[in-house]
Design a protein around this ligand. Structure first.
Ligand SMILES: [Fe+2]
Ligand SMILES: [Fe+2]
Length: 305
């Protein structure tokens, strides 16, 4: 590999650019006052806890995605792809910092954020002992699920947009928008570096198993921990409300098993699986403010940074 600064980069466009999608850094300045209701989602305390659990995990997961993406950056050959991956990294960094800010509010309410993060830290500690390619595969599987949830949030307003305190929901709407916007960035970088051979495919499948594990084990454990703080962990009605919310109405995860099966296809690609580029154009005006945009750094990709 050429030393930084001497690498010759090609002008190959990215799959996102070919669909008119530009991964764009935005820095909204969301704040979270103590006057936000503790149960900020209309679905009740367990649905609120579910989103809070995702927010608690977010800074740790985003930091892992950033580390994985950074390892790929020096091995890419397309200037546009390097730029896109850098924008991905900067978007995830901003997500992490705004979720940290929201998590401070949770802490202020008495929720044990640090203790709730322990299961995620344990998963990341085990992952740290695995190969770089495997960790990237886990990250891109995670990105697939998060991008999928982002699509649901943007297409079903009753999931979040019209169902809670907008000082909290705007965080998730902006985050969801950017997750759809950059859903192919890590996948394309991984494929550019590791190819589409049997090794890369097996990494992807194993990565999927870990990502599913986080979703079906770690997040519910965190929800239970949060509900315990409110004395609601053993109330079947609260869990039933969350189950209805996830799988029936509005059904955050309803009908999305195909996201798993499609990901298992060797020829899977985030945009061909679900081309929702038009959705971004449709929702841009409502969900992301142009004043949040941060100009791209002037340094040329491939230069030492
Ligand atoms: Fe994110
Ligand atoms: Fe992401």
């Amino acid at each position: 590999m050429a030393a930084p600064g001497t690498r010759t980069l090609t002008g190959t466009r990215t799959s996102s650019q070919l669909r008119g999608v530009a991964v764009t850094l935005r820095r909204p300045d969301f704040g979270y006052g103590r006057d936000i209701p503790r149960v900020w989602h209309d679905g009740g305390i367990a649905v609120t806890a579910f989103w809070n659990a995702l927010s608690i995990a977010a800074p740790l997961l985003e930091a892992e995605f950033i580390r994985d993406a950074a390892r790929l950056e020096g091995r890419l050959e397309s200037e546009d792809q390097v730029r896109e991956l850098r924008s991905f990294i900067r978007q995830e960094g901003t997500h992490a910092s705004l979720h940290r800010r929201f998590n401070d509010l949770l802490e202020g309410w008495g929720y044990p954020v640090e203790a709730c993060q322990a299961p995620v830290r344990r998963v990341l500690k085990v992952l740290a002992r695995t190969s770089s390619a495997f960790r990237c595969a886990v990250a891109l599987s995670g990105e697939h699920f998060i991008g999928e949830m982002g699509d649901i949030v943007l297409t079903r307003p009753e999931v979040l947009e019209t169902a809670g305190d907008d000082r909290v929901t705007r965080l998730w709407l902006w985050h969801s928008y950017e997750e759809v916007e950059h859903k192919a960035a890590l996948f394309d970088a991984f494929t550019a570096v590791h190819g589409r051979g049997p090794d890369a495919y097996l990494y992807r499948i194993a990565g999927l198993a870990v990502a599913v594990d986080v979703l079906v084990v770690v997040i519910p454990l965190t929800v239970a921990r949060l509900l315990r703080e409110d004395g609601a962990a053993l109330r079947p009605g609260e869990w039933a409300a969350l189950g209805r919310y996830l799988f029936v109405t509005p059904g955050l995860l309803r009908g999305r098993s195909r996201a798993v099966f499609q990901f298992l296809r060797p020829g899977f690609h985030p945009w061909t699986y679900l081309d929702n580029a038009a959705l971004l154009a449709e929702r841009r005006e409502d969900l992301v403010d142009p004043s949040w945009e941060v100009p791209e750094t002037r340094s040329r990709p491939g230069d030492a940074s």
